[in-house]
Design a protein around this ligand. Structure first.
Ligand SMILES: C[S@@+](CC[C@H](N)C(=O)[O-])C[C@H]1O[C@@H](n2cnc3c(N)ncnc32)[C@H](O)[C@@H]1O
Length: 201
């Protein structure tokens, strides 16, 4: 069921910008964000992928460039995952909290960049996820370096969902050439008929 304020996806309510709570947060904030201003469609594709290939229960998950945290919160709700979201833009935090409250789940939040996450910190996590985080050319190299650190740290799986922008394909090529990686096409029938891509490492 959809209404004006959220999109129902499986058992989860994704916030729309028309939600009164979203409007209230927007009014209280100023300035621009690095695109952490809504729930992005790739996160719905990652949720569908995770319905087919679920993670183990009670896992520790890091959601990088989490924005409003849809995919991370979905894992917290459905797999009892302990999720930490990181985003360079601290203004996303109240949206992530609101989305968690509405869905009766929560995740931790840290305002910081992907670049700053050290190998020793990554060793705490079983899974790293990211949705629509590779949209500028200059993001490819720091994300590739982060992925290499996750491998050194022994992270079990890294999943990055994307609409298929050129920097993502560049990242996918580097990962396929240097690490064991594959790209899966994820078709969505609902809430939109669309196709996204999941880089799985
Ligand atoms: C297109 S949004 C996607 C948000 C969310 N993952 C989703 O799918 O709804 C990209 C997010 O990456 C964050 N971001 C951009 N550069 C970043 C960096 N260097 N480190 C951490 N987060 C970053 C932005 O602030 C924004 O929230």
């Amino acid at each position: 069921m959809n209404n004006h304020h959220f999109i129902q996806h499986h058992n989860f309510k994704a916030l729309k910008s028309t939600h009164p709570g979203v409007r209230k947060i927007k009014r209280s904030q100023q300035g621009h964000s690095a695109h952490g201003n809504k729930v992005w469609r790739s996160s719905f594709a990652l949720i569908d992928y995770l319905m087919t290939y679920p993670i183990k229960s009670n896992a520790k998950v890091l959601d990088i460039g989490c924005g409003w945290g849809l995919a991370g919160l979905f894992l917290a709700k459905n797999y009892n995952a302990q999720v930490t979201g990181v985003d360079i833009d601290g203004s996303v935090e109240p949206y992530l909290e609101l989305q968690g409250q509405i869905n009766q789940c929560r995740m931790n939040f840290q305002q910081r960049s992907f670049e700053s996450i050290r190998t020793t910190e990554l060793a705490d996590y079983h899974y790293i996820i990211g949705t629509d985080i590779c949209f500028w050319d200059e993001m490819t190299r720091p994300l590739f370096n982060l992925i290499k650190r996750t491998r050194r740290a022994g992270v079990e799986k890294i999943l990055i969902a994307d609409p298929g922008r050129p920097p993502f394909w560049d990242l996918a090529e580097r990962c396929s050439a240097n690490l064991q990686a594959e790209v899966v096409t994820q078709r969505l029938a609902y809430p939109w008929k669309t196709e996204k891509y999941i880089l799985a490492i």
